[in-house]
Structure formats: C-alpha cells, structure tokens
Ligand binder design. Structure first.
Ligand SMILES: Nc1ncnc2c1ncn2[C@@H]1O[C@H](COP(=O)(O)OP(=O)(O)O)[C@@H](O)[C@H]1O
Ligand SMILES: [Mg+2]
Length: 261
C-alpha cells in the first residue's frame, strides 16, 4: 500500500501536523512518502500509483492538485469536495446553516449594493475575505468605513461580542472532540451541548470532511458557527490523534481493497 503525505515545502519546514504524522509513521514502520508538490518528478501524473494521499496544502490555488489526484483514482484525504467547500466562507455558511447551526448575520454583495442597502444594525461588523485562512479580517464600525474599501464584493458579518476565545470542534475520522481556545494561554477540552455536536457532525459529513475543525464563538444567545477548516493544526489537541489517523488510514485502505473486490 502506498501512502503519501502531500504538503508544501514551507509547511514541511514548520511544525506542521504532517511532519508529526510522518515521524509517527516512521516510529510504527508505516511506509509512506512525503510529497512536495514542487518536487514532483517528472509530473503530477506520476502520483497515480498511490493508494491514499493525505493532502494539506492550505493555499487555494493548489486545490486542483486534490481534484487531479481524485480524477486519477487516488483516494484523497481530505477530498477535493471538502477542501473546496470549506475553503469558501459563503458556501460553508450555507452548509453550516443547513446543518442546523446558527451563524452570525452575514451579507455578501457588491460594494455598491451594500453601500446602498445595508442595515445599520449590522454594525460593528467584520469584513472577511471569502477565501483564506486567518488573515485579512477587518473590523468596521459603520457603513461609511466601507466606502474606501478597495473591493468589488464584500462579505460582511455582524460582530458577536465575546471577550474570551474560540471554541473548536475537531474531527478525525469518527472521533469528534471540542476544545476551548482562550485568547491567551493553552486550550482545554470542553463538553458542548449534544445538539451542537450533532449539527457540527452533520456539517462535516455533508462537506465530506474527514480530518477537520469547526470554529465557533459563544454569544449571549448561544453558539455561532464561524467556519470549517481542513486539517487544522489544532487536531493535535485530540488525545492520541496520530494513532487515530493511522487507524483511520488503515481502515480506509481496507475499504478500498473491498471496493476492488
Ligand atoms: N462574527 C464574528 N464575531 C466576533 N468575532 C469573530 C467573528 N468572526 C470571526 N471572529 C473572530 O475572528 C477569528 C477569525 O475568524 P474566522 O471566521 O474563523 O476566519 P479565519 O480563521 O479564516 O481568519 C475567529 O476565530 C474569531 O475570534
Ligand atoms: Mg478561524
């Protein structure tokens, strides 16, 4: 069985969970290859022999790699669908809502239409990039602040006052756990209402997210879901996460074998 871990060079040099995963696989003699997309030789079709490739690319422009691998018949974790859907805040919002989760009031429209029609009760609000992780969010106090923004389309979300931190639900295969990440200091495990956990799981499943995380904040009237991330570094919080991923891979590979029969 050929297992690949595909991640960019920059990530390989950092504290990426894929580096920990590779070290764990080495310690358990699980054969695998780390694939740097920049160094694929001679071209990406040479990866068709892999049975499973865990993809952690993070940059949207390389999403096509997952799609291409799937078209070649390689089992990709997370799938192109999961990467694509979670990578777009507007689409994630829709799936989170359909899964029964509450999200902050959000509008997405052309700047012109927002300036004309936005309800002033939306403010203070956050302008977020539609794609991308952890950068480029801006807080705006009133519609006037949007006038000089150099954007044609604006994703605007009501700010939910909360001063303590973010709650994150992590999923690895069938294991789902939640943690509270305070603004400062170490995260700790928390128990969320069953209803929230069930809805988050419904959302992960709809996105086909196998290794992922959901960010939520607690407002005065309950939890608001903010976004879903593929393979967030925080999965390291889940106890025995490396073992859980390794077991999940073995299970996945066995299922591929059965499908072939
Ligand atoms: N509507 C909101 N109200 C209050 N805080 C928010 C809101 N949306 C995001 N935040 C804060 O900003 C952080 C980043 O937002 P998020 O939507 O998770 O985007 P990303 O992590 O991709 O930058 C969140 O973890 C949270 O602390
Ligand atoms: Mg986030």
């Amino acid at each position: 069985m050929k297992v690949g871990l595909l991640t960019s060079k920059k990530i390989l040099l950092s504290q990426s969970p894929l580096v920990s995963l590779s070290n764990y696989f080495l310690s358990k003699a699980i054969s695998h290859t780390i694939i740097n997309p920049w160094a694929i030789n001679p071209d990406i079709s040479s990866l068709r022999d892999f049975d499973v490739i865990i993809v952690r690319i993070l940059q949207r422009e390389y999403l096509w790699i997952a799609q291409y691998l799937e078209e070649m018949g390689v089992r990709v974790i997370n799938s192109y669908r999961a990467l694509f859907l979670s990578g777009n805040k507007l689409i994630s919002d829709e799936i989170m809502k359909q899964s029964g989760l509450k999200i902050p009031r959000t509008v997405f429209a052309s700047k012109k239409k927002i300036l004309e029609n936005v309800d002033s009760s939306m403010f203070p609000a956050l302008v977020k990039p539609l794609y991308g992780r952890s950068r480029g969010i801006m807080c705006v106090k009133s519609v006037e602040s949007l006038k000089n923004l150099r954007k044609k389309w604006i994703y605007l979300q009501e700010f939910i006052p909360n001063d303590d931190g973010v709650t994150r639900i992590y999923k690895i295969g069938k294991v789902v756990e939640s943690f509270f990440h305070p603004n400062e200091g170490k995260a700790w495990e928390v128990l969320l209402p069953d209803e929230i956990m069930e809805r988050a799981l419904r959302c992960f499943n709809r996105m086909e997210m196998e290794i992922g995380g959901m960010d939520l904040i607690e407002g005065a009237d309950g939890y608001y879901a903010l976004e879903v991330n593929d393979f967030p570094a925080g999965v390291k919080r889940v106890e025995n996460w490396l073992e859980i991923i390794a077991d999940y891979l073995v299970e996945t590979i066995c299922t591929i074998g059965q499908e072939e029969i």
